[in-house]
Design a protein around this ligand. Structure first.
Ligand code: NAP
Length: 478
């Protein structure tokens, strides 16, 4: 059993402890927190101890840790304090636990303020994946990216709270809810995205810490951005906060929306560029379409050209999950067991349902075709939804020589399409492959040309709301 020590027992590490207990692969040896007796913490502690079936050991200071009996494989830190760097130093110097004991952190403020202690030759005993964009594997991707490529720039939405606020303000203009800045801030506090008042998020500092860490990896710079390069959606400085009316101007006259954008870029001639600012972004861009509390990053590089990633950038569950992934990256903790196969087989085609399909076929321009197909589909239990038929000459472009599948008969052939309601892949495949193609119509005319490959079919991939209110591409269960 691998062992971990926890520093800070707040939102994030409470979830780390829950997930570690549920995994049954990790032993929690101690939890260091400056105020473990707070009521809310005691309640969570009780709940976890009940599911674990034994007591957890809490200590209030690092001096209580014993160099031998308290030694663990990994320390997991999530305090939010910049001076929590003292714990990393204590592990390295006083306890002499060195590189053998991994230090995993989600604390972007601490990392950004002490970059040299986390990068360069000093980074063998630290993992910081959860410090930027929580569950998104951004740090790993970017680190691997630059191993063989040259990152030229990064543009992203790195603060989910403010993205949620801007998104809500904009949407509510058009659905008449007219949510003001204060209203959306209250809502993001209620949903647990922001601290009361939104400190750290709304002034742009949180996004700036994350961009600073990414810039360290991409451009190998320990430089700190000056304060005037960081502006949030309400920075309490000289400028007004973002207001609903700004969206109306941006939308109506500039086909744009407003996002808190973090952007950093290199150039061979001048210093790297770093900016966290509310910006107008064109409606058609990826970044304009990042909704709710999601995070997004696009990376421009010399060889891969453009890579982007989007997903849950905050919240205890994805953050804790990323931290535990860092824990398992430690050589002593890697889970190399292959005794348990998580997936033993893939779902077969009769069990893969889509709520809509489009079928495209080719036939002679003669009566009776659709009736024949639809009757056949009826016997297979498939309902037809809509039919689309272009007339000869309406195809929109001339056939090319390669497309003249039907040779001399090409001009007699009509493509047509129809949609079906819910059906399984297996049923649809079977219906099309058993359709009699030698059928004649009431006038005794053939309705299909003498070739077998007359149909193509496509599932309509639709985004639906899942039980948690998330828009997802989902495949129907039945
Ligand atoms: N929330 C997210 O979605 C998210 C996502 C990614 C990363 N993170 C990062 O994760 C870290 C923790 O966030 P959180 O939401 O869990 O914060 P939190 O709920 O405030 O928890 C922090 C805990 O650490 C304790 N603490 C603070 N300073 C300490 C110190 N010097 N020594 C020992 N204990 C100390 C706090 O005690 P008190 O109760 O006395 O203050 C509290 O129990 C932050 O760095 C944050 O930026 C958060």
């Amino acid at each position: 059993m691998k062992t971990i020590g926890i520093i800070g027992f707040g939102n994030i590490n409470q979830e780390v402890v829950r997930q570690a207990v549920a995994s049954k692969k990790i032993e929690i040896k101690w939890i260091l927190d400056r105020s473990p007796s707070k009521k809310a913490k005691k309640e969570v502690r009780k709940e976890i101890e009940q599911s674990l079936g034994k007591k957890l050991r809490f200590v209030k200071s690092k001096e209580k840790l014993h160099p031998e009996t308290d030694k663990v494989d990994v320390i997991v830190e999530a305090t939010g304090a910049i001076d929590a760097i003292e714990y990393l130093r204590y592990k390295r110097n006083e306890l002499k636990w060195g590189n053998e004991v991994l230090f995993v952190t989600a604390n972007k403020a601490m990392v950004a303020n002490h970059l040299p202690e986390f990068f360069g030759s000093n980074n063998n005993d630290v993992r910081i994946e959860a410090a930027v964009a929580a569950g998104l594997p951004l740090i790993k991707s970017l680190s691997e990216h630059i191993a063989s490529d040259e990152v030229q720039g990064m543009v992203g939405i790195l603060n989910g709270t403010t993205n949620f606020m801007l998104d809500e303000m904009e949407k509510s203009i058009y659905d008449s809810r007219n949510q003001t800045y204060d209203m959306v801030l209250d809502e993001s506090v209620q949903r647990g995205y922001a601290e009361p008042g939104g400190a750290g998020d709304v002034d742009g500092q949180d996004a700036a810490y994350k961009l600073q860490i990414l810039s360290r990896i991409a451009f190998r710079t320990d430089a700190s951005p000056s304060a005037d390069l960081i502006r949030g959606i309400d920075d309490n400085k000289n400028f007004d906060r973002v207001r609903s009316v700004d969206f109306i101007y941006a939308n109506k006259y500039l086909e744009s929306t407003i996002k808190l954008v973090a952007i950093a870029q290199t150039s061979s001639k001048v210093e790297p560029f770093f900016l966290v600012y509310p910006m107008l972004v064109p409606d058609y861009s990826n970044i304009a379409n990042i909704e709710g509390p999601d995070n997004y990053i696009g990376i421009y590089s010399k060889y891969l050209v453009y890579t982007d990633m989007q997903g849950k950038g905050a919240g205890p569950e994805p953050t804790a999950c990323a931290m535990l992934a860092d824990v398992f990256s430690h050589k002593n903790c890697a889970d190399n067991s292959d005794e348990k196969q998580l997936i033993t087989a893939f779902r077969n085609s009769d069990e893969i349902y889509f709520s809509r399909w489009m079928v495209r076929g080719s036939c002679y321009d003669r009566p009776g075709v659709l009736a024949h197909i639809f009757q056949h589909f009826e016997t297979k239990g498939i309902n037809i939804d809509e039919v689309f038929q272009l007339q000869i000459g309406e195809i929109g472009r001339k056939w090319t020589a390669e497309e003249l599948d039907f040779g001399n008969e090409q001009d007699k052939i009509l493509p047509f399409a129809f949609t079906t309601t819910k059906a399984s892949l297996g049923t649809l495949q079977e219906a099309l492959s058993t359709l009699p193609l030698d059928k004649k119509n009431a006038k005794g005319q053939k309705i299909f040309p003498n070739t077998k490959k007359l149909f193509a079919f496509y599932p309509v991939l639709e985004r639906k709301l899942d039980a948690g209110g998330l828009q997802k591409f989902v495949i129907e269960e039945e």
